[in-house]
Each structure stands twice: as structure tokens, then as C-alpha cells.
Design a protein around this ligand. Structure first.
Ligand code: NAG
Ligand code: NAG
Ligand code: NAG
Length: 355
């Protein structure tokens, strides 16, 4: 019964998007997140100037996160520290940070582990005096210590999917309100994007569901992601309006205690969401089948409208009347095996015209 209703529902958001009002306010949590972005950068997004918006956001990011530019951030959680210690260990192996950084984060994790039972409780680090460790922490914790140059690249080809396949994707979104596309990015672009999202130190926000979050306006904005956004919009011109956000959810795969299954908060207040998976399915600690469920929005007790398997380089697209829930397994240990969910949001689920 639900599936029979979908084609009708799917047409409504599209009609609404094309009659967008000249001045509008965005509602809900997504609206508040949007309002916190620098107005000059927001305006560029609203005017479809993706590349200029990315430069604008990147500038504000460096101002806020360049080591030494602002005061230190002394807050963390045990689970985040575990990630950061792993991250700096890996970066040190790659020759991107000094051994002292790795030593400090590993040491702080080991001692915090003795003191804190709840891995997700935020605590404040207290250094007794102005030691070298204190200075190093101040420059490294929640800072742009390493931002991989892959983010600056301009690959010749962004999408691998052919025009006919993309037309099919748009048709299927129009009729069902959702679509799945495989082998989506060109190989070179996939590789660069994965490197950028795995190597860079921009996962600043511990979130429920045992994931760290990275935001467009706080590190992700880059020429590379801007090009992916523009390629998506020109591939699906009737479906995707202006970009309203980019997020990456990074999974915890440590041995720290977890009470329930890990779940990124993939449901956005977007008109259309595009989810991309980059990490190989061999990193999953279990089966790739039925990893993502799409439900009618606001009704998870109902049967899902679709069950989608995990695959690397797969794009999943859904409209505002659906919501996505991760039902897949967790991830095998190792820094590069932490799951990544790259989520683009276009437009808003609810929009009000301002008088
Ligand atoms: C941005 O692009 C959308 C179509 O994707 C269009 O409806 C809108 O009018 C454009 N906005 C501006 C300011 O050009
Ligand atoms: C992987 O799966 C096994 C078996 O279900 C489980 O015991 C283990 O804790 C899982 N590992 C992670 C990192 O979730
Ligand atoms: C959710 O779906 C179930 C089964 O289709 C239905 O009985 C129930 O009324 C729905 N609830 C809401 C809030 O729509």
C-alpha cells in the first residue's frame, strides 16, 4: 500500500521546488544548522555558486581551526580520543605528523581510560602547567593538523555513470522517490575522495550512535567536494536543487563498550539526500545485505519501502517523504576500515516563505 502511494508523493516535492519563493526560511534542526553558517557563504550556495561557496567556507574553516590561531579545545571523550590516537598513529606512519603528536594522544588515551568508565561522556583535560605537552595538545586537538591535498584536486572526470544511466536514475527517482546507482564515481575521483576523507583531521563532533561527524562548514568544503556537488546537480538537474549541506559520519570500530548497534543519524531535513559509500565492503564486520532501510518518514514501525545492500561506490538517493536508517553491521578494526557515510543534502524538507 505504501509503495502504491509513492509515485504521487514523489511528484509533490519536485513541484514545490520549482515554485520556490524568493525569500524563505528553513525549519527544524537543519534550518538551525544552516543559520549557523556564515551568511556570505550561504548566499553563494543559494545562488548555485558551489565553487565560490566552497572557497568561502574553507576560508572560515582555516581561520577557526588552523593550529595556533585560536585558543585550545580541552574537551573530548574516550571514544573520540581512541579515534584521534589511531589517526595520529597512522598519520605519523605516513610521515604527516611528528612522533610527539602520536605519543601525546596515545598517552592521554591510556591515562583517560583508567579514569573514565563511560566512553561517550565529555570531559575536560587539565594540564597542570604550561608544558610542551599542553602546547602540543592545544595545537592538535580539534585542529586542522592535516588536511589532505587530495581535497584540492580537479579530476578530469567525476562521475563514471553514463548519461543514459543518469537519465534512468532521474526517471526512477521521479517515479519512486528513491534511486540507487552503482559504480557511481569515476575510479580516480573515488580514490581521491576516499583519501581526503580518511586522511584529514576534521572529525570534530562526537555524536550518538558511536559516530564522529565532519561538516561542510567545518573542514569538508573543498574544490574536490564542490566538483562532486556540481557533477551531481548536472547529472540530476530536475531533482537536485541548491546544496544545503555535506556531512560525513565516521564509525567507531574500537573495542570500547557499546550498548547498542552503531547508527549514524542519516536522516536529514533535506528535500533530497544523496548518500555515497567509499570504504570497501570487506571492512564490514558482517554481511553487506540489507544494510540500509528506507522508511516512510515518521513511521519506522511500518515495513521499509526498500532494503539496500552496502557496496563501495554506490549512491543512494531519497526524497523528503522517506527516511534512511542504517541496519548494517559494525566495522572491522583498523583506522582505514572505519565506515564512512558521505551524505549530501539538497534543499529542505520543510520551507516557509518569508513575508
Ligand atoms: C539555482 O538552481 C535551481 C535549479 O537547480 C533554480 O531553481 C534556482 O532558481 C537557481 N537559483 C539561482 C539564484 O539562480
Ligand atoms: C565483530 O563481530 C563479532 C561477531 O558478531 C563481534 O564479536 C565483534 O565484537 C565485532 N567487532 C566489532 C569491532 O564490532
Ligand atoms: C505506521 O504504519 C502502520 C502500518 O502501516 C500504521 O498502522 C500506523 O498507523 C502508521 N503510523 C503513523 C504515525 O503513520
Amino acid at each position: 500500500m505504501a509503495t502504491r502511494l509513492l509515485p504521487i508523493l514523489a511528484l509533490l516535492p519536485l513541484a514545490a521546488a520549482t515554485t520556490a519563493c524568493s525569500a524563505s526560511t528553513k525549519k527544524g534542526a537543519a534550518g538551525r544548522a544552516w543559520d549557523s553558517i556564515e551568511p556570505e557563504c550561504r548566499e553563494k550556495l543559494e545562488n548555485n555558486r558551489t565553487a565560490a561557496a566552497m572557497r568561502c567556507l574553507e576560508g572560515h574553516f582555516w581561520e577557526a581551526r588552523e593550529p595556533g590561531r585560536r585558543a585550545g579545545d580541552w574537551h573530548t571523550t574516550l571514544r573520540k580520543l581512541r579515534h584521534d590516537a589511531e589517526m595520529f598513529t597512522w598519520l605519523e606512519q605516513e610521515g604527516k605528523v611528528k612522533p610527539e603528536v602520536k605519543k601525546l594522544f596515545r598517552g592521554v588515551f591510556q591515562s583517560a581510560r583508567q579514569k573514565h568508565d563511560n566512553p561517550d561522556k565529555v570531559f575536560e583535560l587539565a594540564f597542570k602547567e604550561q608544558t610542551d605537552d599542553r602546547k602540543l595538545w592545544q595545537q592538535a586537538n580539534n585542529k586542522a593538523v592535516y588536511w589532505d591535498p587530495a581535497g584540492k584536486e580537479t579530476p578530469a572526470r567525476i562521475l563514471r555513470a553514463k548519461p543514459a544511466a543518469l537519465q534512468g536514475l532521474e526517471d526512477s527517482f521521479r517515479s519512486a522517490g528513491r534511486a540507487v546507482s552503482d559504480k557511481f564515481l569515476a575510479d580516480g575521483t573515488l580514490k581521491k575522495l576516499k583519501r581526503f576523507l580518511q586522511a584529514s583531521t576534521f572529525y570534530f563532533y562526537p555524536r550518538k550512535g558511536y559516530h564522529l561527524l565532519a561538516l561542510m562548514e567545518d573542514g569538508l568544503a573543498s574544490p574536490l567536494l564542490g566538483q562532486v556537488v556540481d557533477a551531481l546537480r548536472s547529472a540530476l538537474p530536475g531533482v537536485l536543487g541548491p546544496l544545503s549541506g555535506i556531512k560525513v559520519w565516521k564509525a567507531d570500530n574500537s573495542a570500547l563498550a557499546r550498548e547498542k548497534a552503531d547508527q549514524p543519524e542519516l536522516s536529514e531535513d533535506a528535500a533530497v539526500s544523496v548518500l555515497l559509500w567509499l570504504v570497501p565492503s570487506s571492512a564490514l564486520n558482517g554481511s553487506a545485505s540489507n544494510a540500509l532501510f528506507l522508511f516512510q518518514r515518521g513511521n519506522e514501525s511500518e515495513e521499509p519501502v526498500a532494503r539496500i545492500s552496502y557496496a563501495t561506490n554506490r549512491a543512494v538517493i531519497w526524497g523528503r517523504h522517506l527516511q534512511a536508517t542504517w541496519r548494517g553491521p559494525s566495522w572491522k578494526p583498523g583506522f582505514l576500515q572505519r565506515g564512512l557515510h558521505l551524505l549530501f543534502s539538497f534543499g529542505w524538507a520543510q520551507e516557509e516563505c518569508a513575508a
